[in-house]
Design a protein around this ligand. Structure first.
Ligand SMILES: Nc1ncnc2c1ncn2[C@@H]1O[C@H](COP(=O)(O)OP(=O)(O)OP(=O)(O)O)[C@@H](O)[C@H]1O
Ligand SMILES: [Zn+2]
Length: 823
């Protein structure tokens, strides 16, 4: 008996709690390695690519193992640190390794029977393809889209995944997604001077020859000038074909002549898709005194602490401090991950970081085509160029090798929490664990710390560094609360705008300054109502009112995207008195355009940023002053840096304060402080008009007084009194089923079972604010456990209870979601 491992545990993209064991065929023994992808069959007909998790010699007792079908990779695509991290995520957030695997890898690196394979019409092979590659490519090109299962059948190959994998690497095919807008081919056609003409004599001859073809001559001259002169052309520099034709307005037939005459040669060159235009690298800005001081404190703190919280006022210049810290890591040969909570923020920060880090900077987020994400993955895996990664939460899954620092910018943001599907992880908290695995440091930065992080800093678990001055020494903006109830009673409101707001807007705009208006609701109006019988349009699938979107003249459910036509008359009483109620960003935009016809108004929310380039366009128009009034949801509230914004209007503070959640006050303080922070960042003090029906509200007072300490004090006391984080850990169990009674019974059973062990740590079942979504009834059970309690034990208990319920026939199809540390 050899000592070689005969079995292997594979992570598969199936929602089963444990890993499956497969046997290793003799001829694959030397190829199987932890972190590589292998193809296995699972279930009746399905085959999947999975990740090798563990090699061993323990034959499973419960089932007969199947053999691995093939090994896809010559080297691991997931490293040991990642696998440790995955295991932690699965344990802590109570999900399976398969679910983590699904979230972690870009689609192009995962393949399963149902995966759609899509033909890339732009593909040109640069070497002859193998017969099997040809075969697969022909099938896909004929069908345009087909699943891997179909490919196996149609090709007659027993297992086409290895062939498919190569075709994906050539970019001949794509997986699982349509060709997204803005996708550039990986290769670019380039031109260079042909060898025969790389001397003066033949070049002269060429000029003579072309004297009767002025267009060709002109193009040749343009080509040489784009090369940087004849000498450079002789050295063999490349010029982009597209650039040459575009810049000179030349036709491809003219170029073709030069190519046929063998003066200019055409070839394909790999280009880095994420490589922005080559800009000169800039030195980082020197830090001012306060920044230097904070920077020094951070460095000192890192000598003894792993996590540092930088609490710095808006426009304090935190980003510049990060840049200096990143530079120091690069000098030590370390990698850095810079996390942002929202794609909207990557635009400006990318520009700032590119200037310093050039091609060392890689960017990773979901608006990128999958192929681009695969490229970033491989770049890190092969340790090619990227040393700094800027990304949103999913970038914690990238294959880092020697992380030195993770920056979590706007650490307080709840968009760091993944809500659906599992793993329901918090990227900030997971980042700290990831940093630990590498022995790296984590820097949390924000102007409005989360209660949890500030508490950790107070307890000495994190170091705390405060930056209290705005970069240019400008005062924090003046915040004026306007009592909208009062104004309404006196009939002074102009639609949703108070006279104070309009007056200050008038002044700022007349001065050539800009305005930001914040309203945390998209669409035109959050509900429509019959003026006669009070009928409200509700979603057929969910227990919510439908939002009216005027641009599409449609009612849209923001929970399931169900749409309906706006009815002409009330479906209940047939009165035509259908009225819109409340207001969203779309309505604000319309009214602003009417009130200020001479100024340009733009809007940034989920509806206007569906495409990849939309953020860039809106932000740069505002930066360049082509837009004077910018309206937006929380997307515009933080992190953005505009010079010329004098007035910020918060149109309705009430609905955030009244939201039924224990974090409502915390979030309201953060949102209002952050959006206020967009005003008066440079040159001149800003002004914020805060519209509310309750100007004396303690949260509003804290915002007006820029008093974080007081806000924190109030919140932490409540959290302690009512057993909320950071004192207790919350776990939500969401129970869903299409039948209301079954949902209720299941929830009651779960709560009761848990209570027998956990006692009064269990609350509920309770109906959430929206108790039906997509035709599923919803109940929640809340568990509050002491911070010291072992999450693994609680997890086991929950799993057992759920299992015992699901093994009863009537409850087999009840679904459960477990959310640890809900945001
Ligand atoms: N040392 C410096 N030299 C030159 N300009 C600086 C320096 N520090 C900051 N700035 C400029 O000041 C402005 C505000 O800085 P930054 O955007 O880093 O603030 P921030 O603390 O990240 O704010 P927020 O929390 O609102 O995002 C930026 O335009 C930035 O370029
Ligand atoms: Zn719905």
């Amino acid at each position: 008996m050899s000592s070689q491992n005969q079995f292997v545990d594979i992570i598969l993209p199936v929602p089963l709690p444990r890993l499956f064991t497969y046997s290793i065929p003799e001829d694959m023994v030397s190829m199987v390695e932890v972190g590589k992808r292998v193809v296995v069959s699972f279930g009746k007909k399905k085959s999947y690519s999975g990740i090798v998790f563990k090699l061993h010699n323990n034959k499973p007792k419960e089932y007969e193992t199947k053999p691995i079908l093939s090994v896809l990779d010559s080297a691991p695509i997931v490293n040991n640190e990642q696998l440790r991290f995955w295991q932690w995520l699965a344990d802590y957030y109570q999900c399976t390794l398969g679910e983590v695997y699904k979230a972690a890898l870009p689609s192009g690196l995962k393949m399963e029977s149902e995966t759609n394979v899509i033909y890339n019409a732009e593909f040109v092979a640069d070497h002859p393809l193998s017969p099997n590659e040809d075969k697969i490519l022909d099938i896909v090109s004929a069908k345009k889209v087909c699943t891997i299962n179909e490919l196996n059948q149609l090709s007659g190959l027993k297992n086409c995944l290895p062939v498919l994998k190569r075709l994906l690497e050539y970019n001949a095919l794509f997986v699982n997604e349509k060709l997204k807008e803005g996708f550039k081919a990986k290769t670019e056609k380039v031109l260079s001077l042909c060898d025969e003409y790389k001397n003066d004599e033949s070049m002269h001859a060429a000029f003579d020859n072309l004297s009767r073809a002025p267009k060709q001559l002109e193009l040749l001259m343009a080509f040489l000038s784009m090369c940087g002169g004849v000498n450079k052309a002789n050295e063999g520099v490349f010029v982009s074909r597209q650039d040459l034709l575009k810049k000179n307005n030349a036709s491809s037939s003219t170029l073709k002549e030069l190519i046929t005459k063998n003066i200019v040669c055409e070839s394909e060159r790999n280009i880095d898709r994420l490589d922005l235009t080559e800009k000169e690298k800039h030195e980082a800005h020197p830090l001012n005194e306060a920044q230097q001081d904070a920077h020094q404190q951070i460095q000192n703190a890192f000598a003894t602490k792993d996590v540092c919280l930088l609490h710095g006022v808006t426009s304090g210049g935190k980003t510049e401090i990060y840049i200096h810290l990143i530079e120091e890591q690069l000098k030590k040969g370390k990698q850095v991950l810079y996390l942002l909570p929202e794609i909207a923020l990557t635009t400006q920060i990318t520009t700032r970081l590119k200037k310093h880090f050039g091609n060392l900077l890689g960017i990773y987020h979901s608006k990128f085509a999958d192929a681009e994400r695969v490229e970033v993955w491989n770049n890190l895996l092969e340790q090619k160029t990227y040393k700094v990664i800027l990304g949103v939460r999913s970038s914690i899954f990238l294959p880092f090798q020697n992380l030195g620092l993770i920056v979590v910018d706007e650490e307080h943001e709840n968009t760091y929490k993944q809500f659906d599907p599992a793993p329901r992880y918090h990227a900030r908290d997971a980042a700290i664990v990831l940093a630990n695995i590498f022995g790296a440091k984590t820097l949390l930065g924000t102007a409005t710390p989360s209660i949890e992080s500030y508490f950790n800093a107070q307890q000495g678990k994190y170091a705390l560094i405060e930056l209290t001055q705005r970069f240019e020494g400008i005062q924090m903006p003046e915040i004026i609360a306007v009592d909208t109830r009062e104004a309404r009673r006196k009939k002074k409101m102009n639609s949703h705008f108070s006279p104070v707001l309009l007056q200050h807007m008038d002044e700022a705009l007349a001065n050539g300054e800009q305005v930001i208006l914040f309203q945390n609701r998209r669409g035109f109006s959050p509900f429509i109502e019959c003026g006669q019988c009070a009928w409200v349009a509700k979603c057929v699938n969910c227990d919510v009112s439908m939002t009216y979107h005027k641009h599409f003249n449609q009612l849209v459910c923001h929970y399931c995207n169900h749409t309906e036509k706006l009815p002409d008359v009330c479906p209940a009483c047939h009165s035509p008195a259908i009225e819109t109620r409340g207001f969203g960003t779309e309505k604000i935009q319309e009214e602003m355009s009417i009130l200020y016809p001479d100024y340009k108004v733009a809007r940034m929310d989920l509806d206007t940023t569906r495409s990849k380039s939309a953020y860039d366009k809106i932000i740069s128009k505002f930066e360049e002053g082509k837009v004077q009034i910018l309206i937006g949801t929380q997307m515009i509230s933080k992190g953005l840096d505009f010079e010329n914004v004098r007035v910020v209007g918060i149109l309705n503070a009430d609905n955030m304060l009244n939201y039924p959640d224990f974090r409502a006050f915390e979030r309201s303080f953060q949102l209002m402080t952050q959006v206020s922070g967009r005003a008066g960042r440079k040159h001149k003090r800003g002004l914020v008009i805060l519209q509310t029906s309750n100007p004396q509200h303690p949260v509003i007072m804290d915002v007006i007084n820029h008093n974080f300490a007081n806000h924190y004090q109030g919140q932490i006391e409540e959290r302690r009194a009512f057993k909320y984080p950071p004192f207790h850990r919350l776990i939500y169990i969401t129970i869903k089923h299409k039948d209301q009674q079954i949902t209720n019974q299941a929830a009651y059973f779960i709560a009761k079972q848990l209570t027998t062990v956990l006692g009064n740590r269990v609350l509920g079942p309770q109906a959430p604010v929206i108790n039906r979504i997509q035709n599923q009834f919803i109940k929640k059970v809340l568990i509050k456990v002491e911070k010291k309690a072992s999450p693994v034990k609680v997890k086991q208990l929950i799993q057992e209870v759920i299992f015992s319920l699901q093994s009863q026939q009537a409850y087999r199809y009840v679904t459960f979601q477990i959310d640890v540390d809900p945001a």
